[in-house]
Write a protein that binds this ligand. Structure first.
Ligand SMILES: Cc1ncc(COP(=O)(O)O)c(C=O)c1O
Length: 376
């Protein structure tokens, strides 16, 4: 079995697990407790915050821990909109956001916000010029993901920020798929809000963070005991936070040691093999800047789900793990302008840091054999 679905989730790295271990029972104490022993938990949370801030190029007071990507996205959109106190009522999102953003925007639309969609081109990149007509001084928040979860294309977020800030709008980017795979620097991007999801970078599920640029006053999503400086109530998930801090340190090292470049070379080899052997294969996002680990493709005559069923030794995806593609196929591929017939063919292969050349060769061979089985 070859696991190639790291965009859906990653295993917890053994070093992350080790860092978390004492915080389940030995140092179980509530970090808000008044006695001295709580210092250990408080210090561990502070250290984790520093580590994640370091990975993102942020200050420590700009990082708030949450329960994951979904909460961070919900908070960024709802908080960002309500920070305008009704003065601005327009929300812009791209045509291929993750449901955590798209469904929140739809809910805000039902509550009376005006939601506009930024189109994406066939390469898998937002149409930047569309912002010139969509953006104006009624715009409260612009939310465009940093890297697409299904095809891995990286969006021109710094350029979006430049345009959005010119009309005073806040910019959020969902970086759930980007953090830990490519360098992400909040200052270089210039964003106001940025989502991190722990389980995409070898931390556990159920932990994440929202970067909130200093000076941006985001009303809390969760009211309660006032943890996280009053910004996110709820007793801190200390083991999860420690895990995310440790994972951020590992990600930094991996990136510094050229991990992303090695991974992109493997992914490219995989794609070259398929391109050589399968006539008419479409590889999505190949003409754009992409995550180094993602290969998304369509093979004529095969629905993605059928191809993967014919190839049980490869664990891959037919799109986002968060929704089951129905007859309309992947909404991401549809957003690129492809018909449903092509969108239904999507297969997403996503490599992890430990994926080796052998696994990639084995997976390509298995997919090829399956793809040929129908024509023979
Ligand atoms: C782009 C993107 N945003 C948000 C999420 C949701 O994150 P979580 O699973 O931590 O709630 C995911 C996870 O699939 C994602 O890929």
């Amino acid at each position: 079995m070859v696991y190639l679905d790291y965009n859906a989730t990653t295993p917890v790295d053994p070093a992350v697990l080790k860092a978390m271990a004492p915080f389940w029972n030995e140092y179980f104490i509530n970090p808000s407790s008044p006695y001295l022993e709580a210092d250990t938990a408080r210090a561990a949370v502070a250290e984790a915050r520093q580590s994640l801030a370091g990975l993102l190029g942020a200050a420590t007071d700009e990082v708030v821990f949450t329960s994951g990507g979904t909460e961070s996205d919900n908070w960024a959109l709802r908080g960002g909109v309500s920070s305008w106190h009704g003065q601005r009522r327009r929300l812009l999102i791209s045509a291929f956001e993750h449901p955590a953003v798209a469904e929140t925007a739809a809910a805000l639309g039902a509550e009376g916000m005006e939601v506009a969609i930024i189109p994406v081109d066939q390469r898998g990149v937002i149409v930047l010029e569309a912002l010139d007509t969509l953006l104006d001084e009624r715009t409260a928040v612009v939310s465009v993901m940093l890297a697409n979860n299904e095809i891995g294309t990286v969006q021109p977020v710094a350029a979006i920020v430049e345009k959005a800030h010119a009309v005073g709008a806040l910019v959020h980017t969902d970086a759930a798929q980007a953090v830990g795979k490519i360098p992400v620097d909040v200052r270089a991007l210039g964003v106001d809000l940025l989502t991190v999801a722990g389980h995409k970078l070898y931390a556990p599920k159920g932990i994440g963070a929202l970067y909130i640029r200093r000076g941006v006053r985001l009303p809390p999503l969760l009211a309660g005991g006032g943890q996280e400086g009053g910004r996110r109530s709820g007793t801190e998930n200390v083991p999860g936070i420690v895990g995310l801090g440790a994972a951020a340190g590992l990600a930094r090292n991996w990136l510094m040691q050229g991990g992303a470049e090695r991974q992109a070379a493997l992914r490219d080899r995989f794609e070259e093999k398929l391109l050589r052997e399968i006539p008419g294969i479409v590889i999505f996002g190949q003409e754009a800047a992409r995550l180094p680990n993602t290969a998304a493709f369509a093979i004529a005559g095969w629905r993605g789900a059928e191809l993967l069923a014919a190839c049980p030794s490869v664990q891959a995806a037919t799109g986002s793990a968060c929704h089951h593609p129905d007859d309309a196929g992947s909404p991401v591929i549809r957003a690129l302008g492809y018909p449903a017939e092509v969108a239904r063919r999507l297969v997403r292969v996503s490599l992890g840091r430990s994926t080796g050349a052998e696994e990639v060769v084995q997976a390509a061979a298995a997919l090829l054999a399956a793809a040929r089985s129908r024509s023979s």
